[in-house]
Design a binder for this molecule. Sequence first.
Ligand SMILES: [Zn+2]
Length: 294
Amino acid sequence: MRILLLLTCLFWLVPSRRIEARYPAKAQMGPDVLTAKDSGQRTPAASARDSYAAPPASGGIRESINIKYKERYQEWKTEFLSTDIGRAQWDMYAHHPRLVITITVDSRNSQGASTGKYKWNDSGDLVAATITLGAQVDQGYPSSVYYPVMNALEPFESKNLIGGSVLAATKIAHEFGHVMKIAGTPEAVYHLQGELIPVYNKIFLNNGYNVNDPRLVELAKKMGGTPVELWEDREYWGEANAMLFLRDRVAREKFHCRLFGKIKRAVEEYAKDYEERFAEIAKSQGAIYGCSWR
Ligand SMILES: [Zn+2]
């Protein structure tokens, strides 16, 4: 049985697709963001940070990081910015005319990350998104079923070939992938999916898990896919961007073909329908600097 109630990424919670996966419905609206109040103590830094709460006149990246996480966050960000693709994506959003991306670090879902709190303007442009990084986002590898890229790093860290900051930066890239995908999704479609997924799941739970139920077929048609398909599509876009980051990050490492071979095997096993987006990236730099994808 596969039930997915959640539209936004909360990747640390995802078990194998063969195991029932349920998510709190409230998470559909996106994760809560840690505020200065949650820290329990007011610091000058926290007070200064709150000035960012005023509605910005233009786009950009707002880093709302509790002082206790600043040092580690800076390491993760530096790692992300150590690549051409990381710098290019960061600069694009830092100078974006409309979209404000807020980045925060939260102790909940500590090894995961999520993106949510999306807002659109009257013209239909995405104008706000919040990326929340877990306080230990430099640890923990999600399942290869939905996360073939992040998962592939595990043996390389255990052999001390990469550090936790690379994992954290890969997770940042995954979240940037979500923002990019949502920026290309019409607001009406996003909200329609948010409305209909719970309706779909309710019917599914009460009809003997029959996906061929005409009501479910009709709902999936309206939403552009079943809840599982929508989930997969979003997560694999996140993973595609994570792969883009790793392509640059490990280009000069001896193990880069082994890493991409591992990603390839996981994609073939679990994400065959989505292989093209990964293959495109693999082919984009001379088959990842000499590694064979096909
Ligand atoms: Zn995700």
